[in-house]
Design a binder for this molecule. Structure first.
Ligand code: ZN
Length: 409
């Protein structure tokens, strides 16, 4: 069978158009998936050679300023959920070679397997990155032996640093939850929102208001009241987030657990990161922050390359803000990685001058491949080579010159 490649005209809103032939549902029996994969295997011809594709233009690494400090005062870990090397490369092409990924002086790989599975989920993946310990799929902030795993944000807070996170999913979804929560099953939303209401961080930005409203809960509690009593300002829209003045801030800018895609939700990630940086940089003891581009994963589960392109473009804009800040600051370590790859994305061809990619997804699920790690700032050189996802946690503390605390509460 011949592969059929369709390239549509660039949508004005999207700097990237990456189209795939097929769409799969989020969940699919693994036997069906295997069949699908072998059928598709026949489709993959040699991509047609394009002189433009092989051009040197726009592929050069951009030089960043040398960091001023030897030790990191601040650390920012950025997770692209589901973002493997193919997702990153599609973005480099989509940005016509002016990608922020090309600014990182150090890069490596992370091995993502969980405690009980070859292919991790976001609960175990997020916990491994932010807590430094492998756990079972579906667990969040909890080890396989049911002991609690403290995140680097919780530990940084205990050492007097300012802390926070910005995500484009519900603040109760697995990756953000791994920074503050402790549950054996990631969908225990009543428990997670209760844990969220006692969070010690300065700023938490994302979506997912629905699970916080008493009428939608089994326990009838109102976790947002608890946060207000603890002195937090709560913003319920992107506009309210822009206008927020408080130095203790929660933003739940959309109600559904599954928040809107990039083209609908607007610049939540960029406005959120700028707001968080304004708050966190006020602390003289430095800060620790987690940022997640959450929906790269959702787009790739659905084999929806247009949505993936939107999310990668959104991620690029956020990277620009973070790297520009880190370059000016000179004391900030920035690490970008993924919890796992999603979709088994294959790039077949493309055109870097037009910013287009031709691609194919091999699965509607996560894959087990290594994911990239990019680093800039004091201690960034540690992230070269192949590392386990759990090593990232220890390297953050080493970059700050802090001893790694015990991982039990
Ligand atoms: Zn996923």
């Amino acid at each position: 069978m011949k592969k059929q490649v369709i390239v549509l005209a660039l949508c004005a809103m999207l700097p990237l158009t990456a189209l795939c032939q097929s769409k799969q549902k989020h969940t699919q029996a693994s036997s069906e998936r295997m069949t699908e994969m072998s059928i598709r295997g026949e489709w993959i011809d040699q991509p047609s050679d394009s002189p433009k594709y092989q051009s040197d233009n726009g592929h050069e690494t951009q030089k960043m300023a040398q960091p001023k400090a030897k030790r990191a005062k601040n650390v920012i870990i950025i997770i692209g959920d589901g973002m493997g090397t193919a997702q990153v490369y599609s973005s480099i092409v989509a940005q016509r070679g002016k990608s922020n990924f090309l600014r990182f002086p150090f890069s490596g790989f992370s091995r993502t397997y969980s405690n009980n599975k070859y292919t991790t989920d976001s609960g175990a993946g997020g916990t491994a990155i932010v807590g430094g310990k492998k756990t079972n799929n579906k667990f969040v902030g909890m080890a396989a032996d049911s002991t609690d795993i403290l995140s680097f944000l919780e530990l940084a807070h205990a050492q007097g640093m300012a802390t926070g996170f910005v995500v484009t999913c519900s603040v109760l979804d697995a990756t953000p939850a791994s920074t503050y929560g402790t549950v054996p099953y990631r969908k225990m939303f009543d428990t997670l929102s209760d844990q969220f209401s006692h969070i010690p961080f300065e700023v938490m930005i994302g979506g997912g208001l629905h699970e916080f409203l008493p009428e939608n809960r089994k326990d009838g509690k109102h976790p947002l009241d608890t946060l207000v009593q603890r002195g937090y300002e709560v913003a319920y829209s992107l506009d309210a987030l822009r206008k927020a003045q408080s130095n203790k801030l929660v933003a739940l800018v959309s109600e559904p657990f599954y928040t809107e895609r990039a083209s609908v939700r607007g610049p939540l990630l960029q406005v959120g990161v700028e707001k968080a940086l304004n708050i966190l940089t006020q602390n003289k003891e430095g800060f620790a922050m987690m940022i997640e581009g959450s929906q790269i994963d959702w787009a790739c589960h659905n084999n929806d390359a247009e949505h993936m392109a939107e999310e990668m473009a959104d991620f690029e804009k956020m990277l620009q803000i973070v790297l520009d800040f880190a370059e000016r600051d000179g004391n900030t370590l920035v690490v970008v990685t993924a919890d796992h790859e999603t979709g088994g994305l294959v790039l077949l061809s493309g055109d870097i001058e037009k910013g287009t990619n031709e691609c194919k997804y091999m699965t509607g699920d996560h894959s087990g491949v290594m994911v990239p790690v990019f680093a800039y700032g004091p201690g960034a050189e540690q992230f070269s080579g192949i590392q386990n996802n759990t090593e990232i946690f220890a390297k953050l503390f080493k970059a700050m010159g802090k001893t790694m605390p015990a991982t039990k509460k």
